[in-house]
Design a protein around this ligand. Structure first.
Ligand SMILES: *[C@@H]1O[C@H](CO)[C@@H](O)[C@H](O)[C@H]1NC(C)=O
Ligand SMILES: *[C@@H]1O[C@H](CO)[C@@H](O)[C@H](O)[C@H]1NC(C)=O
Ligand SMILES: *[C@@H]1O[C@H](CO)[C@@H](O)[C@H](O)[C@H]1NC(C)=O
Ligand SMILES: *[C@@H]1O[C@H](CO)[C@@H](O)[C@H](O)[C@H]1NC(C)=O
Ligand SMILES: *[C@@H]1O[C@H](CO)[C@@H](O)[C@H](O)[C@H]1NC(C)=O
Ligand SMILES: *[C@@H]1O[C@H](CO)[C@@H](O)[C@H](O)[C@H]1NC(C)=O
Ligand SMILES: *[C@@H]1O[C@H](CO)[C@@H](O)[C@H](O)[C@H]1NC(C)=O
Length: 669
């Protein structure tokens, strides 16, 4: 088959590999070893391109339908091989009653794992494999059996029976129920069933119950009563529930059951007189768990809460008293004390020093607070202390006082100015200091310092010579007038000062207030008995003032006269003489007599007298007085009665009047 010089094939192959000689054709290595197929005969190391070989399927395998078992050496020196052209032969399927066989497939080499359903056990092999048998394949073993797991017959009991049949077979899942003879209690589980622990051997789920007489004693609880389960007899399983009488608390279980050993389980409860949970106190606490109920006589010990300490002579113990109340010493713990506080140039307002107290800090006038405004007495470590440092009261500082031109102040350079310190300014010679000479460091907001006012000013102030006509200086005679100089004026006689008598030279070179004037004036106008001035009267009136009088009551303006008066240039008032005259009363007539009147004016007096032979009956005189808005005589005119007529001298007033009337009548006739 190989062409070219004869050489040992191995050497040739080696040469062909090292130098591809001209004319040498490509080859394939030995064809692949396959687990499902083999090449009959010898296999060589090298085959020329184009060689075609035929595999045969190995035992247990069969040619897959539509696939080729030929391989060819290709131009690229590789064999063309169809994938898996032989496939495993198939074993026959099987069935396992009450169990199953786990298989991935049925092909040659497959494994079947056998297992049984719950309650069945495997008798036989646990697995089988699909192996070559003769010309084909088959399972290497028989299919096993799944057998129901059996239990032994259940135990018989004395004084009772179960419902299993004699000769019956008991297998997994089957159950029996026991029953006691009448009058006996069944102790334990009445029903048991067949089960298994190892999935192979059967056993009963529990022991057979017992049948016996159970009788528990009458349950009695002092200071308590039954709530359910009233007897009269108590046998196995009977339950009783108890409650305590009012004021008592149940200790133990309220519910008990009659057990097989003729005892109540758990043991009967007791009813104890009790207290409720001890009081919660803000200053003390109970260590450990606090219960709802404590028997009378229980003594508990409180401990003071953090920040508190036991008050001297008080007890931290409380006792549950017979009346179900706790005896508690009031406020037996007191707040621990913080140390006293001191604040220089300030004060700390504190009500007390105990735990929880608050100290408010404030500084004295002129000092400011640097630091916290308050502190609280809090728990620190095992004791109490203030929660913050004491602040600082610092003297409130002012900036250096402002400088002025043409003057200076008495503050030292580098001096520190704080609240209350003052400086005084001074002007250079010949200059006036305008404003406040001294200013001091003060504060408005109690924190920042400021000067009490602006710095004064230094300047030349010169007021003009002050002249007041008809007046003269009384003080301040010059000759020069500078800032603050004062002059006091007075007026010449006959003149009155108007304005301010005193003026000062101000910074704007002016007199303030402005210079007064001296005016010629009249004194107060004359008081007249017949006229008056409405409104007030002043001491001084300027020349030319015109005032109007009005006539007093009883007087009337005289015709052709003026009620006006004028302040004349000579400081005298022009007054029309008697410009009001008395009002006139009506004339008087007296028969057989006369009325002597000087005139009839207001104030006049009339004297009455009778002629010879008559006598005066009535008043002897009358006066002209104010009546209403006018004037009139203050009395009636009297009567002059003849002495020879009228013998009757009346005693009463009526008779006198009657006599006068009669007399007059006779006289007229
Ligand atoms: C393999 O080589 C040997 C000798 O070298 C030869 O006799 C045999 O026929 C060859 N077999 C095949 C399948 O080519
Ligand atoms: C059968 O059991 C064997 C060994 O426990 C395990 O390796 C295999 O995967 C199982 N086969 C199947 C199909 O469950
Ligand atoms: C009765 O049996 C119960 C358990 O069921 C046990 O706790 C109790 O101590 C027993 N009582 C007596 C008096 O033996
Ligand atoms: C509170 O009751 C529980 C159980 O009831 C008990 O263990 C505990 O000691 C009681 N605590 C006090 C303070 O009496
Ligand atoms: C401290 O200040 C607070 C708040 O202004 C006030 O309520 C408290 O009464 C003050 N305490 C004292 C001790 O002055
Ligand atoms: C001068 O200053 C005063 C106030 O000090 C003021 O009342 C007055 O009117 C000023 N006079 C003039 C002329 O400016
Ligand atoms: C008197 O002087 C006062 C103030 O000087 C003035 O108010 C009043 O009007 C004057 N009275 C008369 C009657 O001139």
């Amino acid at each position: 088959m190989v062409s070219g010089p004869r050489c040992p094939p191995g050497l040739w192959g080696l040469l062909a590999l090292l130098l591809p000689l001209p004319g040498a054709r490509g080859t394939c290595d030995s064809p692949p070893r396959l687990h499902f197929a083999e090449l009959p005969g010898e296999v060589n190391n090298s085959y020329p391109v184009g060689t075609k070989l035929k595999y045969s399927c190995r035992p247990g395998y069969i040619l897959s339908s539509g696939k080729s078992r030929f391989v060819t050496c290709l131009e690229n020196s590789k064999w063309s091989v169809e994938a898996e052209f032989c496939e495993g032969r198939r074993c026959k399927p099987f069935e396992l009653e009450n169990g199953r066989g786990d298989i991935t497939d049925l092909r040659f080499g497959a494994r079947a794992n056998f297992s049984c359903d719950e309650g069945y056990r495997l008798i036989g092999p646990t697995f089988a494999q699909c192996v070559i048998m003769g010309n084909g394949v088959d399972w290497d073993t028989e299919v096993p059996l799944c057998q129901a797991i059996p239990c032994r017959p259940p135990h018989d009991i004395t004084q009772g029976s179960h419902n299993g049949q004699s000769g019956e077979e008991f297998s997994f899942g089957s159950a029996v129920t026991y029953k006691c003879d009448p009058g006996l209690s069944l102790i334990g589980e009445a029903s048991i069933h067949c089960t298994t622990k190892d999935h192979f051997n059967g056993e009963w789920s529990g022991p057979a119950p017992e049948c016996k007489v159970v009788k528990c004693p009458e349950p009695e609880v002092k200071n308590g009563r039954k709530q359910s389960g009233f007897g009269p007899d108590y046998s196995y399983g009977n339950a009783v529930i108890f409650a305590c009488d009012s004021g008592y608390t149940l200790h133990g279980s309220s519910s008990v059951r009659c057990e097989a050993n003729n005892s109540w389980v758990p043991s009967l409860p007791t009813c104890l007189r009790t207290c409720d949970s001890p009081p919660r106190l803000h200053f003390a606490e109970l260590p450990g768990v606090v219960n709802n109920s404590y028997p009378v006589g229980t003594k508990l010990q409180y401990s003071c809460r953090p920040g508190y300490i036991l008050s001297s002579g008080k007890s931290p113990f409380v006792t549950c008293l017979e009346n179900s109340k706790w005896s508690v010493d009031p406020e037996f713990c007191e707040g621990r004390r913080c140390k006293p506080l001191e604040l220089e140039n300030g004060r700390a307002d504190i009500t007390d020093l105990r735990f929880g107290a608050r100290a408010n800090f404030s500084c004295d006038e002129g000092y400011r607070l640097i630091g916290p405004t308050f502190a609280e007495c809090v728990i620190v470590g095992n004791g109490v202390d203030w929660d913050t440092e004491v602040p600082l009261c610092q003297a409130i500082p002012c900036p250096p006082p402002p400088g002025i031109t043409q003057g200076s102040h008495n503050g030292q350079s580098g001096e520190e100015f704080s609240f209350g310190s003052a400086v005084t300014y001074k002007c250079d010679p010949g200059l006036s200091l305008i404003g406040e000479a001294s200013i001091h460091c003060t504060t408005k907001d109690h924190f920042n310092g400021e000067w009490s006012g602006p710095a004064p000013e230094c300047k030349v102030v010169k007021c003009p010579e002050p002249e007041v006509k008809n007046g003269r200086k009384q003080s301040g005679f010059g000759p020069d007038y500078s800032y603050g100089n004062a002059v006091i004026f007075a007026c010449d006689s006959g003149y009155t000062l108007h304005g301010s008598s005193s003026v000062r030279c101000e910074a704007n070179n002016s007199w303030v207030p402005s210079l007064p004037t001296c005016l010629r004036t009249c004194d107060s106008p004359p008081r007249l008995h017949f006229a008056e001035l409405p409104g007030g009267v002043n001491n001084s009136y300027p020349v030319g003032t015109k005032l109007q009088y009005s006539c007093r009551p009883g007087y009337i303006l005289s015709s052709g006269k003026s009620p006006f008066v004028t302040c004349l240039e000579n400081s005298k008032w022009s007054v029309d003489p008697e410009f009001c005259e008395g009002r006139r009363c009506k004339p008087l007539e007296l028969e057989n007599g006369r009325a002597d009147v000087t005139d009839l004016r207001f104030g006049a007096r009339a004297d009455f007298s009778c002629d010879e032979g008559y006598r005066l009956i009535g008043p002897t005189f009358a006066q002209c007085v104010i009546v209403g808005n006018g004037v009139d005589w203050d009395t009636e005119v009297p009567l002059c009665q003849g002495l020879n007529t009228g013998t009757v001298i009346a005693i009463g007033k009526m008779r006198v009047i009657l006599a006068v009337l009669i007399t007059n009548l006779f006289i007229r006739q």
